[in-house]
Design a protein around this ligand. Structure first.
Ligand code: SF4
Ligand code: SF4
Length: 389
């Protein structure tokens, strides 16, 4: 819920009924995808039901660091986003585009004909929903729509969770993408704990969400519970200390393409591409062709790529961006500046994944703000932008 949404229909879902909610979703043919502990991190993965949702896990995130701690709390969603995002499911890391097979003297081409998966995402955060909206713009409403994305997206259901525990890496409040969800969900939960009782305030955003909720026959939430949740959401917003000016940053970066800060980044960035893979909106890909040893079957796969790889910009004669400095600058200015020229929004939702999962702790917000501060100090008559208060 948003702090200003107290007049809306909001229902009370006791934790004991969460299993019923997930069963009702599963009965409609959805595959449940939720954050569970995998490889010491909370990763979106398939679950069978509510009993597989972890309880009491808290995360501590900072540049280059992610730690999970088990607490005695029964809460299931008292953590921020983990390394995986919904991109992994809607725009998978490897996708077979087509296959061709030699038959008699002809080559027969086939596109994969599998039915699209029906994912129900349980627990995406408001910033994750905003990332899906950005990818929708790229994959559904651009000059070249992506058919596979469209099939997965049309079949998806979103049971989002408002963020009451943002991490140190988060800056969604700057990007207007959280910690409360405004749109993009079918069902929205706000997890609450009161006198050791765990429950959720529930809102719906679509007819399908309402249909599912109606099967549970929930009672309306008391006003006192709505007030408590609204207060906690305001407190969550205040906890987010990382700040970026989303309107000033784009023009400012364009003016600082020759900043010495890019040279300094050259010395720290490993060009590993982790930031782009963890990012829920980055969409660069390449294609790989494979043939079998008999030379009968050839397949073409689309696989995630990264603008940090030298090969990504390779054209006849060599890569367009041969230095790490050039590649980091390309990435940052695309996310926070030229993405807006292309798609009408910035390419960043403030989830902080690139900050947490950079092995050397390079902090997108700190770097962008430092470059813009340098610009301001060199030209103090211009408006202040992008500086943390
Ligand atoms: S650029 Fe970083 S903070 Fe922004 S959406 Fe991507 S991973 Fe999240
Ligand atoms: S900024 Fe960090 S995560 Fe991104 S390529 Fe450089 S070292 Fe890797």
């Amino acid at each position: 819920m948003r702090p200003d949404q107290q007049g809306e229909a909001i229902f009370l879902l006791p934790d004991e009924k969460l299993a019923e909610l997930l069963s009702a979703i599963k009965e409609r043919g959805y595959q449940l995808i939720a954050p569970i502990l995998r490889d010491a991190a909370l990763c979106f993965s398939e679950i069978d039901g509510a009993s597989e949702l972890p309880q009491g896990l808290r995360d501590a995130q900072s540049p280059g660091s992610y730690r999970i701690k088990q607490t005695a709390s029964p809460e299931r969603f008292a953590h921020a986003s983990g390394p995986t995002s919904l991109k992994r499911f809607l725009y998978p890391p490897r996708l077979k585009l087509w296959q061709t097979q030699r038959k008699a003297n002809a080559m027969v081409f086939e596109e994969p004909a599998d039915p699209p998966p029906r994912y129900a995402f349980i627990g995406p955060r408001p910033c994750d929903l905003q990332a899906v909206a950005i990818q929708d713009r790229v994959f559904l409403r651009s000059a070249h729509p992506d058919n596979d994305y469209r099939r997965r997206r049309e079949n998806a259901l979103f049971v989002a969770v408002n963020c009451l525990h943002p991490s140190e890496s988060c800056f969604c409040s700057s990007m207007n993408s959280g910690p409360s969800a405004k749109s993009g969900f079918d069902i929205l939960l706000t997890e609450q704990i009161e006198s050791e009782e765990l429950y959720y305030l529930v809102q719906t955003g679509t007819d399908e969400g309402l249909e599912i909720l109606n099967t549970l026959k929930l009672k309306p939430a008391a006003d006192s519970k709505k007030r408590k949740a609204a207060t906690e959401l305001k407190q969550a917003t205040k906890k987010i200390e990382r700040k970026l000016d989303p309107t000033g940053i784009g023009p400012a970066l364009k003016e600082r393409l020759d900043s010495p800060a890019w040279d300094e980044l050259e010395n720290r960035c490993l060009a590993c591409g982790n930031c782009t893979l963890a990012c829920p909106t980055c969409f660069c890909s390449t294609v790989e062709d494979h043939t079998d040893l008999a030379g009968e079957i050839a397949t073409r796969d689309r696989v995630w790529d990264s603008c940090f790889q030298q090969s990504f910009s390779y054209v006849a004669g060599g890569p367009v961006r041969s230095t790490i400095k050039g590649r980091y600058r390309q990435w940052l200015t695309h996310k926070l500046s030229s993405w807006s020229d292309q798609f009408g929004t910035l390419g960043c939702v403030g989830c902080g994944r690139c900050i947490t999962w950079c092995p050397v702790g390079i902090d997108l917000v700190a770097e962008a703000n430092a470059i813009c501060t340098e610009r301001q100090s060199q030209n103090p008559t211009k408006t202040t932008i992008g500086v943390s208060p």
